[in-house]
Design a protein around this ligand. Structure first.
Ligand code: IMP
Length: 435
């Protein structure tokens, strides 16, 4: 019963889509377990580029069941548009299954997210404006709507009528227009009608697949440093992208996870506000952003760019219990004379090697760098680690040493084939029941 979790080790946008897509040929099911349409996965298949926000990246393969798990928050309008886009491009979407328990992002959640960011001014989080925080907030406050509720107009009316007065009061206080119960019930019921054929009990889908011995991939969105618990709060998203989130949001138990693959880029990026000790403001940073196409898939915002930081890497590997790492976008660093690697911070005059849980300590951190000689030549066509320039090999070896976990794939370009594969560690197999 192999279950593999794919998790971002940085601030999201590490290229998890490409990794999932690369492994997808071997798996029967891919499950999204948290986040919503704040995520953007770019997958390049042959000459075609697909930008996905809700469907797991495995949707491009006809043999894969794509599951949107209970831990995801779903904007039905985005999902419908995505299903229609995929169908129009010849992709079979009949195997896209959506948890009946996943929470619904309602129009008032989106409006509240945007109005609140406006109100916060300079203190804003820089959210994607997709209503993610307010939806998870309502889920925790037991005020949310779940996908199954879209199938029953009575339930919809009752739940919306209960929640809406407070939402409208807040929106009005923030100078934004409110909503009426009738318009929301009509819209939600229409979504339910359109999506009903995709609804399922996602936990049993996943459990049955594992029982059959199918390989299930659980795909994280965002990254460890945006995790609600482990990131630099409050500059985080409202879910748990860490591997533990795959259990609560994907419907599996911790002992059902065989592999936790961490995905990271050869440098750092961050979208939105919050501390970013290794951030670059110079031409080197601008060059990386340009070559790496570092613009948000969802918002189009330019991403902040910086040197690789091993301090949060060591933290991320610990909290995710990674068994393997995928290193993406090594090719983007070609042509840089000196590559800097942050190995520790200086905080209040002291050397600190552990990721500080205090946001204020992190905002006072100055990076301590180790410098690596760069390499000139492009590496897009390299397919084995031994063929990389020596300087690139030294950099990869340093990252691996800091992680303490083998780097199993190195990506040298956006296409599936532009990947260096190293020996794959055998999966851990658990003992079966005694006879
Ligand atoms: P939210 O998830 O829209 O509430 O945004 C909270 C924070 O997470 C902001 O800093 C966003 O820029 C960031 N964020 C959310 N989704 C992604 C993503 O897919 N990639 C990178 N950053 C993200």
């Amino acid at each position: 019963m192999p279950a593999t979790v794919i998790v971002g080790l940085q601030w999201g946008d590490e290229g998890k889509g490409k990794t999932t897509d690369f492994l997808a040929e071997q798996v029967a099911m891919v499950v999204r377990y948290q986040g919503g349409d704040n995520a953007g996965h770019t997958v390049v298949a042959g000459t075609e580029t697909f930008k996905l926000q809700l469907c797991p990246s495995g949707v491009l393969y006809p043999h894969i069941t794509s599951v949107i798990g209970n831990g995801v928050v779903v904007n039905p309008a985005t999902l419908i548009a995505e299903l229609e886009m995929l169908a129009a491009r010849g992709i079979d979407v009949s195997k896209v299954r959506v948890s009946r328990s996943a929470h619904v992002i309602m129009p008032y959640h989106v409006a509240l997210d945007r109005a609140n960011e406006g109100r916060l001014g300079g203190a804003r989080v820089g959210t994607t404006g997709r209503g993610i925080g307010p939806t998870y907030g309502d889920r925790a406050w037991r005020l949310g709507l779940r996908m199954e509720d879209l199938l029953d107009r009575e339930v919809l009316r009752e739940r919306i009528a209960r929640a809406l007065p407070d939402k409208n009061l807040l929106l009005e206080a923030m100078g934004a227009p409110g909503f009426t119960v009738d318009e929301l019930v009509d819209q939600a019921a229409a979504w339910g009608e359109r999506l009903a054929q995709h609804f399922d009990d996602s936990t049993w889908l996943v459990q049955d697949a594992l029982r059959r011995g199918d390989h299930v991939l659980l795909e994280g969105a965002q990254g460890t440093l945006l995790d609600l618990d482990h990131g630099s709060y409050p500059f985080v998203t409202s879910s748990n992208p860490v591997a533990g989130g795959a259990c609560t949001g994907g419907g599996i138990g911790p002992l059902q996870v065989d592999e936790v693959i961490g995905v990271m880029k050869a440098y750092s990026t961050r979208v939105g506000s919050g501390p970013f000790p290794t951030e670059l403001f110079d031409d080197v940073g601008r060059g990386i952003a340009e070559r790496g196409h570092e613009f948000g898939t969802v918002t189009g915002r330019p991403r902040r760019v910086g040197w690789f930081d091993t301090v949060p890497l060591r933290y991320a590997v610990a909290v995710n219990s990674n068994s393997a790492i995928v290193l993406n976008k090594l090719d983007i660093l070609s042509g840089i004379k000196t590559i800097r690697l942050c190995v520790a911070y200086e905080i209040d005059g002291k050397r600190v090697e552990t990721w500080p849980s205090s946001g204020s300590a992190l905002s006072r951190a100055t990076p301590i760098y180790e410098d690596f000689e760069g390499w000139e030549q492009p590496i897009h066509d390299v397919r084995s680690l031994g063929d990389l320039p020596e300087a690139a090999r030294r950099y990869v070896a340093a990252l691996e040493e800091h992680a303490g976990v083998p780097i199993v794939f190195v990506s040298v370009g956006p296409e599936r084939t532009q990947t260096i594969e190293r020996a794959w560690r055998p999966m851990r197999h658990r003992p079966t029941m005694p006879a």
